[in-house]
Ligand binder design. Structure first.
Ligand code: GLU
Length: 438
């Protein structure tokens, strides 16, 4: 029987920088397992593809890792189509992704979830975050100015409008190519701080603006299953982050945090370029919970008594997400509908092409459409990805399900360098596999 604790190692510690800033109070009882019924969290993983093109070998490698991580723990996998950035979405790419996943034997559970159908949920999240008081979100050294517009209250220490240029915004909200972070210098936070009348006037005038979430001077620490202990300082390493772009599109960072929380995701697997994003998402997650997100919003189709239940649970949920009680062998807290413990994270080495550049969907030779048309079998693609993950000594054909029993993060953690694949890793096999055959 697979031992769940083998894969349940995560410590999330959102701690203060010594002496410099104030404490974000943790409401609720630190001993979460002592206050309410604790049980093993059922593992919930997710595929989170952006439907901007056909999957390539690097996408399959990440999907295989996510699938194995969940399936090896008898867990579920959610398919979430991350189509929030509509200008990047390609019509039908969601269907190609589903078709390729099915062909590869990478099954998911339930109906796919489309981010584009959850816009109200993200708007609610922004509203909730904007209600945070300075005691929960702010360094006491920054006194907060306030302006109200568009049914939102803007504060220098929570959410505020930013009128800066597009390039700042793009850099802060698109994680796909490289790390993508630019630490925002705080220009519009200072504007609100020192000249709230001008902020108000610009809003009334209809000046285009994004919304940013203030990043306090705090460290976020977590233990990644592949890359080990990670610490990021919110203010210095991330800066105030865009949560809604100037074009009205909600940022990846906000949407993914809301979704992972709402969907009870316990197991996040993705490229190492998102390590820094994880720190930010843990912070947004903590802030959402502090704002009462789970108590006020997580109702689904439940009746009043369910609502009451969830609000009674909310204290312990805050504790489990914001401090370091989630130790190696603790069972994270589970509510009736939603796991609220901090997820475990595994970030993967990136896959580069022969020239040393990260694989992109533009690189057609390694996309599933081309490989399938050339007759490369699903087992060969899976075997190659399993080898990239350190699960096989050689890139031998194999079925995804045959890897489940042998899955572990150890070999990958032992070799975390990015992988480089030749332009045509299957050249020797073209024609030897049946087209479409597993
Ligand atoms: N949609 C993101 C991507 O395709 C996934 C990010 C994540 O796993 O959080 O890169």
């Amino acid at each position: 029987m697979y031992e769940m604790l083998d894969i349940a190692h995560v410590v999330a510690d959102l701690s203060n920088v010594t002496g410099e800033v104030g404490t974000i109070p943790v409401t609720g009882t630190p001993d979460v397992t002592g206050t309410t019924r604790a049980m093993r969290t059922p593992v919930v993983g997710r595929f989170a593809p952006t439907p901007s093109g056909r999957m390539h070998l690097g996408n399959v490698y990440a999907m295989l890792a996510a699938w194995l991580s969940a399936r090896a723990a008898d867990g579920r996998i959610i398919l979430r189509i991350e189509d929030i950035d509509q200008p990047r979405v390609l019509p039908d790419a969601d269907r190609w992704i589903m078709d390729d996943l099915t062909w590869l034997g990478l099954t998911w559970d339930g109906e796919p979830v489309y981010q584009s159908q959850r816009l109200d949920r993200y708007a609610d999240a922004i509203r909730m975050l904007s209600t945070l008081s300075s005691s929960t979100s702010c360094s006491p050294s920054v006194s907060s100015a306030t302006v109200t517009a568009d049914h939102l209250t803007f504060r220098t220490n929570a959410i505020y409008p930013c009128f800066c240029s597009r390039s700042d915004i793009r850099a802060a909200s698109a994680p796909q190519e490289g790390d993508g972070f630019v630490v925002y210098p705080g220009t519009c936070r200072r504007l609100l701080q020192h000249n709230p009348d001008e902020t108000r006037a610009r809003l009334e005038h209809g000046d285009q603006h994004s919304l940013r979430l203030f990043a306090p001077n705090r460290n976020v620490q977590f233990t990644d299953r592949v890359f080990g202990s990670q610490t990021f300082n919110l203010a210095h390493d991330l800066g105030d982050t865009v949560i809604r772009r100037a074009d009205g599109i909600v940022s990846y960072q906000l949407a993914v945090t809301v979704d992972d929380l709402d969907m009870g995701v316990t197991d996040v697997v993705r490229g190492r370029d998102l390590l820094r994003s994880t720190a930010l998402q843990l912070y947004i997650r903590e802030q959402l919970i502090a704002s009462g997100w789970l108590a006020d919003n997580n109702c689904d189709d439940s009746d009043d008594s369910d609502d009451r239940d969830l609000s009674e649970r909310s204290d312990s949920t805050v504790a489990s997400a914001s401090v370091d009680e989630v130790s190696d062998n603790a069972f994270v807290e589970v509510s009736a509908a939603t796991s609220v413990g901090v997820p475990s994270f595994a970030h993967l080495p990136l896959i580069d092409n022969a020239a040393g550049k990260r694989l992109a969907k533009r690189q057609r030779s390694l996309d599933m459409g081309v490989l399938r048309a050339r007759g490369v079998s699903a087992h060969r693609v899976i075997g190659y990805c399993a080898w990239l993950l350190g699960l096989l000594a050689q890139p031998e054909p194999c079925a995804a399900r045959d890897l489940i029993d042998h899955f572990s993060w150890e070999r990958l953690a032992a070799n975390r360098s990015d992988r480089r694949v030749p332009d045509d890793p299957f050249a020797d096999f073209v024609g030897s596999d049946d087209a479409g055959a597993h």
